[in-house]
Design a protein around this ligand. Structure first.
Ligand SMILES: Cc1cc2nc3c(=O)[nH]c(=O)nc-3n(C[C@H](O)[C@H](O)[C@H](O)COP(=O)(O)OP(=O)(O)OC[C@H]3O[C@@H](n4cnc5c(N)ncnc54)[C@H](O)[C@@H]3O)c2cc1C
Length: 385
């Protein structure tokens, strides 16, 4: 129907980066076409844990992109239900060192005018009675942070844009070539359709081997495989996102704490860290508990080396650590899955402009749901300023 039509902006990839690029460009009055290769996009942006936690981001621009994203989510949520709920994040410390990091972190947040509140062990367990007393040394609660349902959020934003902002969208539309021709971008799909854009954004996630592969240097990108699980629906007990001791040791923000470099790591913790495991919990609307996650890495383009199995050894390690932290009425695993994302090795996101009109935005790593709305707002602002 839109064959050969020219747009202000064509976007390749219907994940969160592509979707929010479209959103910000449409809000600026631009004509936008979004192309997705699958019937429904179902990569990282739909398989993730679904937390928007600026508190975990490096305390530079990425923390700020996270805060900006929270505002974008909340404003949009007022217009249409995109499943974003301001339910806050709890960091739970399991030893005195992690507790020191939480104390230091609270001060760093205070310096940045970001509300957080520190709780003693007994207060933390009183508020969260499902936590095991033996595990908890105290907690930090951040009320502003949010949860979203990754199964629906990006789809709802896209539907909203089609209905209200004039987005043109094609699914089942793999893009096979992008090049500059006659001063603008020419985009060709596997069905031999041709689209034109003053600019094109490639937000095509981990599949870097198909489009302009020469522009994705292997040394600058890696792929992470994460394992997640969903436990059986049960009585509502978790109101917030729960992040635990190994998360405090893993998230970038904590690296700014003065004591970070001095913390001792036990051999049990090292074993879990070797598989990139840190334990996160949240409870979905149907009462099921989402439990994550683990991280394994290969260089970009080598994802076949992960194999295709979800490792039950890794799932057992996660379950066993989770059982040390909390009491749940039902530990039945209803489903388990793997998700993959591309990550920059030398930068927090991989961006590149080819021939003035082709923009690669990729490799945002494990922070895409937290920071993409804010990061893409800035990118689109610069593109059209
Ligand atoms: C298990 C897991 C848990 C996570 N938890 C969180 C979390 O709690 N909080 C957080 O902030 N982040 C989290 N993340 C990270 C976050 O999900 C990613 O950073 C983000 O989804 C990456 O978005 P993207 O748009 O770059 O890629 P993707 O979501 O992979 O989207 C790329 C899209 O491009 C399409 N595409 C590819 N090639 C073509 C082509 N040639 N033509 C057309 N379309 C194409 C693909 O089909 C896909 O839909 C998690 C990730 C995983 C895997």
């Amino acid at each position: 129907m839109y064959k050969n039509r020219k747009y202000d902006l064509v976007i390749v990839g219907g994940g969160i980066i592509g979707t929010y690029c479209a959103y910000h460009a449409l809000r600026k009055g631009k004509s936008v076409l979004l192309l997705e290769k699958d019937a429904q996009p179902y990569e990282a942006s739909f398989r993730n844990f679904g937390q928007a936690v600026p508190s975990g981001q490096a305390l530079d621009s990425w923390f700020d992109y996270g805060r900006k994203s929270l505002k974008i989510y909340k404003d949009l949520q007022e217009e249409v239900d995109i499943s974003v709920v301001k339910n806050g994040s709890w960091y739970v410390a399991s030893d005195d060192q992690e507790m020191t990091l939480l104390e230091e972190m609270m001060q760093l947040f205070k310096d940045r005018d970001y509300t957080s509140r520190l709780y003693t062990a007994s207060e933390t367990v009183e508020i969260n009675p499902h936590f095991k007393k033996e595990y908890v040394k105290g907690g930090l609660f951040i009320p502003e942070e949010a949860s979203l349902n990754p199964l629906v959020m990006v789809h709802r934003v896209r539907e909203f844009m089609i209905k209200n902002l004039g987005l043109h969208y094609h699914n089942l539309c793999p893009v096979i070539a992008v090049e500059k021709k006659r001063g603008i971008a020419m985009i060709t799909t596997s069905k031999k359709q041709t689209f034109w854009g003053d600019q094109v954004i490639l937000a095509n996630g981990r599949d870097t081997q198909f489009l302009l592969p020469e522009h994705y240097p292997t040394a600058e990108l890696k792929i992470s495989k994460l394992q997640m699980m969903r436990l059986a629906p049960q009585k509502k007990i978790l109101k917030s996102n729960i992040l635990t001791g190994l998360t405090i040791r893993r998230y970038d923000s904590f690296k700014s704490c003065p004591s970070f470099s001095k913390i001792y790591t036990s051999s049990e913790q090292k074993q879990l860290q070797a598989k990139g495991i840190h334990i996160l919990f949240k409870q979905a609307d149907d009462g099921s508990i989402i439990l994550g996650d683990s991280h394994e890495y290969v260089p970009a383009g080598e994802q076949a080396n992960f194999g295709f199995e979800v490792s039950s050894e890794i799932n057992e390690m996660m379950l066993s650590e989770a059982k040390r932290i909390t009491s749940l009425e039902n530990w039945t695993v209803d489903s388990t899955w793997a998700g993959f994302y591309l990550q920059g090795t030398q930068s927090e996101v991989f961006t590149k402009v080819v021939d003035d009109v082709i923009h690669i935005i990729n490799g945002i790593g494990g922070k895409g749901m937290t920071t993409s709305p804010g990061f893409t707002a800035e990118y689109i602002q610069k593109l059209y300023s």
